[in-house]
Design a protein around this ligand. Structure first.
Ligand code: IVH
Length: 680
């Protein structure tokens, strides 16, 4: 093969692998192989510069920084879409009615066919292909004139530099450049590590990268693309529907989202809106709504435009997941284990479907990393059912000491040196992010939390013993420790504010009922740091009775499933405090009972000391079932393969854990062999 043919073959092969990897997400060759071909093409082009073509993958990155972006006049203006701000089903209904009216359809006429797709939250781009080769990329600008950003767009691996066979002489593809959530998180993590500026959200990330004058900087920001329409087209036997256009673009190698349907009437649109709303938080990128388009291109032409917006399309929004508001104060809360948690008090803001008035800043390190200060305008995010969080602040809205000064009015957050609830000193051990009050149960804030935890549903489950009541009882010295709960009389309770005699006796009944409990609930209720419900259950099953648990040293504790040195040490630390032992004894004296048993003799169990790792899907057993069966016989189930692993139980589609097991020469068994082992 001569150099010309070889170079052409390399370009085409690399383009194919690139498409499989970045667009179809189904790699066809190992990375190393791609690199070899890539380097061969690079070398060839260096020897024969005349072989370098505009669609060569070697020139995705490499252009010089520009002084400014040239402007580009769009042959076909880039329109915007009318937005339906009514986020309910009625929004879809209104659009369908408008379309039917414009088309002079009566109720007797059939439903209109629509293409429904996602509304991507990024930056609109026009890609111009001439004879299949990407020659120009431009932003939307004012719709008539945009900026030429070809160099930066070339760095996006998902965008083909050359279309597949069958491309017309001129084809402009329109779509959205965006940054995926995982890419955004990864990019920000890397920036943080370097101490460099982070991005506020993926949309700013995308827009900022495209407007970067130096393509080398743009190339460092990972962007993606979805096509959703056309600009100028010459000499193309065009599909007659919008969905057909998107299918054709996908065939030509353009990335097109799989989340699209053709459907009929308002009902079909409403179904799509609801389906995508439920899916929204699982998508790896942000959307702020869906878009409905009349599917027939000839009907689109018939409908035409009103003031730069087509009558045949509408964006139907979802409630925003991010909003701006102002930090009124940063307060601290003291948790059950003394953890000092900064909380931003916010001007109420409606976001993600609820009104948010405060957001946790988690801990001192996190608060300083985000550098949120009093008076700041901040971005609050509430996605799905996730608790609201402060994403970041808006730099040019930060209150300053004076008009011209550069010094902020407020200082960065730092943990108080003494506990706001009890005045004890606050300590933050080296290397830990969390500052803690050292007051222990002397601290009323910790005491309240300890009592609330003790009474909570998954612990002793005392109905009616809620926050307001506990606050009052601790402040009035009626309750000091959880043990005091069982000494309460009706008079003490009924005298409290807003407490009728009836509710007092209800509470006493709930307290009486809670006396019959289980050892697992009791251990969980103690509120030992690092001992959650699951660990409490394991501890109860292992030791069988309270005395065996109280006497266990750290080594004995570590024999319990999932208990390592950290958990063992926090348990021992808790049980070594005389006041904790005193509370436990008082609780026993207060009449708490549970069925007691003998400790499990682990050394008598067949799988004692054996560590298993489960990977892939087993044919019959679920992961939890397999885990429970192994643990019942004394085995441990770990999440990762190491030299200490005895068996790897592999099912279908086992991944890297299986490779690791092979590498380390660990025994690999399947489900039937596991069942054999459990039987023997
Ligand atoms: S179609 C003639 N489809 O929304 C209609 N636009 O106001 C032209 N957008 O900035 C646009 N997803 O970048 C269309 N599936 C989609 C879209 C979409 C996001 C953006 C577009 C533009 C804005 C339109």
């Amino acid at each position: 093969m001569d150099a010309v043919a070889r170079a052409a073959w390399l370009r085409e092969t690399l383009a194919r692998h690139n498409h499989a990897y970045y667009v179809l997400d189904a790699p066809t060759v190992p990375d190393a192989e791609y690199d070899i071909l890539f380097r061969e093409l690079q070398a060839l082009e260096q020897q024969h510069p005349e072989l370098l073509t505009a669609d060569s993958p070697t020139i995705r990155v490499g252009g010089e920084a520009l002084p400014s972006f040239p402007s580009v006049r769009h042959v076909v203006p880039m329109l915007s879409i009318r937005t339906e701000t009514d986020t309910e089903a009625s929004g879809a209904l209104a659009f369908d009615q408008r379309v039917r009216r414009e088309l002079d359809l009566s109720d007797a006429d059939p439903a209109v066919e629509y293409a429904a797709e996602l509304k991507f939250d990024g930056l609109a781009i026009n890609l111009r292909y001439e004879n299949g080769i990407l020659v120009q990329a431009a932003t939307r600008g004012d719709g008539e004139t945009g900026e030429e950003v070809t160099q930066n767009i070339r760095t996006i691996r998902q965008i083909p530099l050359r279309l597949a066979n069958g491309a017309p002489p001129v084809l402009e593809v329109r779509g959205e450049v965006y940054m995926s959530r995982p890419d955004f998180e990864r990019y920000n993590a890397k920036q943080r590590e370097r101490g460099a500026a982070t991005l506020v959200n993926p949309r700013n990330g995308a827009a900022g990268s495209i407007r970067q004058l130096d393509p080398k900087l743009a190339a460092q920001r990972p962007l993606s693309f979805f096509a959703y329409g056309l600009g100028e087209v010459q000499a193309w036997d065009m599909p007659t529907t919008h969905s057909g256009v998107l299918d054709a673009l996908a065939m030509l190698g353009m990335p097109v989202s799989e989340h699209r349907v053709t459907t009929h009437g308002a009902e079909g649109l409403i179904t799509f809106h609801a389906k995508i709303r439920a899916l929204r938080d699982q998508l790896p990128f942000d959307i702020d709504g869906v878009v409905y388009k009349v599917n027939s291109i000839s009907l689109q032409r018939q409908l035409g435009f009103v003031t730069r917006e087509p009558r045949w399309a509408v964006a139907h929004k979802y409630p925003a997941e991010e909003a701006l508001t102002v930090v009124e104060a940063i307060e601290v809360q003291v948790g059950r284990t003394g953890a000092i948690t900064p909380v931003a008090r916010l001007q109420p803001v409606f976001v993600g479907g609820v009104t948010v008035t405060n957001a946790t800043l988690h801990n001192e390190d996190e608060a300083r990393r985000k550098d949120v200060r009093i008076g700041d305008t901040v971005i609050v995010r509430r996605a799905g059912d996730v608790i609201p969080e402060v994403v970041g602040f808006v730099a040019d809205k930060r209150p300053m000491k004076d008009l011209f000064g550069s010094e902020p009015l407020y200082q960065p957050y730092s943990s108080p040196t003494t506990c706001p609830a009890c005045g004890s000193s606050v300590e933050k051990p080296e290397g830990e992010a969390v500052a803690r009050c050292t007051g222990g149960l002397f601290c009323p804030a910790q005491r309240k939390q300890a009592i609330l935890h003790f009474a909570s549903r998954r612990a002793l489950d005392i109905e009616g013993l809620g926050e307001k009541l506990v606050d009052q009882m601790v402040d009035n010295a009626i309750l000091r420790t959880p043990a005091d709960i069982y000494k309460l009389g009706v008079l003490a309770i009924a005298n409290l504010e807003r407490m009728a005699e009836k509710s007092a006796s209800n509470l006493l009944e709930a307290i009486a009922r809670s006396r019959n409990t289980t050892l697992a609930r009791f251990i969980y209720a103690l509120g030992i740091r690092n001992v959650g419900e699951a660990t409490a259950r394991d501890l109860a099953a292992h030791f069988g009775n309270l005395d065996a648990f109280l006497l266990a040293d750290e080594a004995a504790l570590q024999e319990v499933n999932d208990v390592g040195p950290i958990v063992a040490s926090s348990i021992r630390h808790f049980l070594d405090q005389p006041h904790n032992v005193e509370v436990i004894e008082q609780l026993r004296a207060g009449g708490l009972t549970w069925p007691e048993g003998e400790p499990i003799r682990r050394d008598a169990l067949p799988l004692n000391g054996k560590t298993f790792v489960l990977t892939g899907t087993l044919p019959n057993l679920s992961r939890d079932e397999a885990k429970a069966m192994i643990e019942a016989q004394g085995g441990k189930v770990s999440g990762s393969v190491s030299k200490k692993t005895d068996y790897v139980v592999a099912g279908a589609e086992a991944g890297s854990k299986l490779d690791k097991a092979r590498e380390l020469g660990i025994l690999i068994i399947d489900e039937s062999q596991l069942l054999e082992l459990l039987k023997s």
